[in-house]
Ligand binder design. Structure first.
Ligand code: FDM
Ligand code: MG
Length: 212
């Protein structure tokens, strides 16, 4: 095990804001700089819970909103130990969506009883990201980037509600990034933020837990 830990660097935001592109590019850039980094994403559709989530998202199966919420959370819990091990071993994890998407999407449904407080509960105790980059894009600019896919939640109405929910969840420590700019410009800003988080992790700042 190396002396210093890696950082947990997270991208969040609504669909088509460029999260996946930026996360991929960041991992590549970090590796080029000799930083050990891995790309992670949630949901992880490869595990048993991930297969159930995948079927739900593709509308091949259905379940209660509470049940799918807990499955998304379980999909993170089952990878918690591996996540902690990698971080402790000095690997920086660049993550495409996490608990914040989990809460924003479920709470955005507006189902009675499933408010933000309820949504946050099963996430308590998971590793807290060292940096959270929220890619902000207006609904109009997102729409200009092309049509929706076929999955559940890929509707204008849902995207609007999710964006509002993310905004109500926003905390001062988040890095809000204007996603309506050239990819290269965003990439430079993202790298700065990630390097800052990596530096803090390296210098001994302990890994936090949700929702502190
Ligand atoms: N999503 C994602 C949730 O509803 N809860 C979660 O915990 C996570 C991580 O799943 F619509 C939603 C967000 C999105 C869908 O995500 C699949 P990708 O990034 O489009 O694959
Ligand atoms: Mg999607």
């Amino acid at each position: 095990m190396s002396a210093s830990r890696g950082a947990l660097v997270l991208f969040e935001g609504a669909d088509r804001c460029g999260k996946s592109t930026q996360a991929r590019r960041l991992v590549k850039t970090l590796e080029q700089r000799g930083v050990r980094a891995e790309l992670w994403r949630y949901p992880d559709r490869t595990t048993k819970t991930g297969e159930m989530i995948d079927a739900y998202l593709r509308s091949e199966s259905d379940t209660a909103d509470a049940a799918i919420h807990l499955l998304f959370a379980a999909n993170r819990w089952e990878k918690k130990a591996l996540m902690e091990r990698k971080l402790a071993d000095g690997v920086t994890l660049v993550c495409d969506r996490y608990s914040y998407s989990g809460c924003a999407f479920t709470a955005a449904k507006g189902v009675e009883g499933l408010d933000l407080t309820w949504c946050k509960a099963p996430e308590v105790g998971l590793p807290r990201p060292d940096a959270l980059m929220y890619l902000e894009l207006s609904l109009e600019d997102a729409a200009r980037r092309g049509g929706f896919g076929e999955e559940r939640y890929e509707t204008t109405e849902m995207q609007r509600a999710v964006k509002e929910m993310f905004e109500s969840m926003r905390e001062p420590w988040w890095d809000v990034i204007d996603a309506n700019r050239d990819e290269e410009v965003i990439e430079r800003e993202v790298l700065e933020i990630a390097l800052g988080a990596i530096e803090r992790a390296k210098s001994g700042e302990p890994l936090g837990t949700l929702w502190d």
